[in-house]
Design a protein around this ligand. Sequence first.
Ligand code: MG
Length: 361
Amino acid sequence: QPVVDRGSLELFIDVLIAHGLQARQARAHRRDVARGTGAALLTAQAADAPKAGAPPAEPTYLTAETAGPDFLLQGEYGGDKLGADVIALGKDTFRLVLHKGGLPGAGWDGSAKTEVEGKRSGEGVSFAGAIKAELKDGTLSGQTADGEGFVLKRVVRHSPTEGAQPPVGAVILFDGSNADAWNGGHLDERKLLAAGTTSKQAFQDFTLHLEFLLPFKPLGRGQGRANSGVYVQNRYEVQVLDVYNNKTYADGQAGGLYGMWPPLHNAMKKPGQWNTYDVIFEGPLFDAEGKVTRKASVTVLHNGVALHHKQEFNGPSGHQNTPKYFKYDGTGPIRLQDHGDPVRFRNIWIRPLGEYDQPEK
Ligand code: MG
């Protein structure tokens, strides 16, 4: 009797090929990183390995009341032909990023940003370097590296789709009243839905609206800052990560199709502010032999900004693997990834795309 039948031999060869591809792509990624060119299609980062249920390793704050004074100082500041981001990095340290022309989307001319580090003392933060600035009482005043004086005021901008109401035909997955539409759904004391849950209902082609709140992890860096994900059909991840002036590898950014495509833009709000995702998704189709005839594709708007337009998934999202389609019925639930951080969600609704009206008979 042969020990290895044809089926398992083919599987074995598949595994060998997949390992070979992985090794090649990992080498390509390392080369890209070394060259500073970044966006390898399939990155292999141990940082995003699922850590379901693991307690946050670092201080993690969900509310302004608990987060301390640094939390209240970070955010956007705007004024005449200049915009600034103030990022809290823990232990009273800060980074100031200046945008010439104004805040991104509100005047920034796209030129190189300038940065300086700062330190909080009492209620104020002092930045000293090529740029000099003082932040106090909601006002950031100082001098640019070119010696020009500025006075910037705190600005809070909201997503244009924050609070979007479900249209006719929508299935309401979460409106703050209960978690009945979710398996393992948990409401916190503020009636927000906690990450780490999967919708009971499955969907094929649809529009999805959801809002998410990221905790403040002042010592977190890269993938170690607030991290979660929206798994469409429980297979295809639209990454959730606090990338408010937080650098990470290209396809690991918020809105990245994890391991495949980086987002076109970084539209992240500072920790503690609500973000929106508006997603249009079409599930894959398969022929009788199980071959994919239409790949899953997605359009993602983050805070109203398009990050992907009808972008195709190479297969289900994975960690350090080569995606590959396996036949299924083309439907699946929505999973809100538990990556160990207390990420919260609200106002979640989904509307099947449906079909064009047909002539009356
Ligand atoms: Mg994730």
